[in-house]
Design a protein around this ligand. Structure first.
Ligand code: ATP
Ligand code: MG
Length: 299
């Protein structure tokens, strides 16, 4: 079991500055008691299975109570492990109550609307968990690193000022507060990997034929903007971690550590809602009794 204090170390406290260079993406930050990487992996896998058990139970109540929903936002540099995170953390949860939405380069229809439009449509319905694989945050990350993209959005020129990123942070916070006020719990995870680890994973993809399909030359080109991305991430994390939609910076050089941490935070967040199965009223109870008697008579 991962303890609560440990988990809170990865939270960006609302109003505080997120300094990524001071946050270790490696495993040393999480468990100095592990004697080796192999030992750490085994410990993390055991913690993950425990948290997944909790998550399964919690999702069942979330679904049955049908009041709250959970939105999980996943952001990361390329090859940080978003796909594996989704696969593992959602393994075993009831697929009926879970959705994954991936946000790629916006379509022309999406560009004809405000940047929040496509995520608004994708927000989860009551009782459900929805994972955003990339999200509205791309509009203050990739677009900030490549400001020429702004010119392609169709925005009126006088709406593109130096203050645009602060304005977008404001809009995002207002949007998330609106969701929160209406019963959507929001958790946001930045999977933090080191530049060296990213290189290693790209090389793995190049050297292993079964991983070739995952390799994209564009990802290597994007790597040249590493520092600009880190800066954009820091600004975004500092500006948009709030009490109602907190950011967690998850050390992700070890995939298993990252998965264990995220599963634990998700399970704990639903548990903190203290949801219960809906109680049936008198009329319904009578109906149940009658049905039971009828079935018993049959036997
Ligand atoms: P994977 O590579 O694992 O399939 P991915 O999320 O990297 O997952 P890709 O299709 O490779 O998916 O990349 C999607 C691209 O779309 C990313 O480079 C991302 O930065 C870009 N993107 C997402 N949202 C926007 C946006 N609003 N404006 C411009 N580019 C965006
Ligand atoms: Mg990609």
């Amino acid at each position: 079991m991962i303890d609560k204090k440990l988990v809170s170390r990865f939270l960006i406290r609302p109003g505080s500055r997120a300094s990524l260079h001071r946050r270790d993406p490696g495993w040393e930050e999480i468990n100095t008691k592990a004697t080796s990487k192999k030992d750490l992996k085994e410990k993390a896998q055991a913690a993950l299975s425990e948290s997944l058990e909790d998550l399964r139970r919690e999702q069942d109540v979330l679904w049955a109570a049908d009041q709250y929903s959970l939105l999980i936002v996943l952001q990361a540099m390329d090859a940080a492990g978003k796909d594996g995170m989704i696969k593992h953390v959602m393994s075993g949860v009831n697929p009926q109550g879970c959705e994954v939405r991936s946000f790629k380069q916006p379509s022309s229809e999406e560009l004809d609307h405000t940047f929040l439009w496509r995520t608004m449509k994708a927000a989860p319905e009551r009782g459900k968990i929805c994972i955003f694989n990339r999200s509205h945050y791309e509009d203050v990350l990739v677009v900030r690193v490549h400001p020429e993209l702004l010119g392609k959005t169709g925005l009126p020129a006088d709406k593109i000022s130096k203050r645009i990123w602060d304005e977008r942070f404001d809009d995002i916070k207002t949007y998330e507060r609106h969701l929160a006020r209406n019963g959507t719990k929001i958790l946001k995870f930045f999977l933090h990997i080191s530049k060296e680890e990213q290189k290693k994973r790209f090389l793995d993809r190049l050297n292993d034929p079964s991983k070739h399909w995952k390799f994209s030359a564009a990802d290597v080109a994007e790597r040249k903007h590493w520092e600009a991305y880190q800066a954009a991430y820091e600004q975004m994390l500092s500006a948009t971690s709030t009490s109602y939609a907190p950011w967690y910076v998850i050390p992700s050089d070890s995939k298993w550590v990252a998965r264990a941490l995220v599963a634990e935070i998700v399970a704990r967040t639903i548990a903190d809602l203290k949801l219960t199965y809906p109680k049936v009223d008198k009329t319904k109870r009578k109906e149940l009794d009658a049905a039971r008697r009828a079935l018993e008579r049959e036997a």
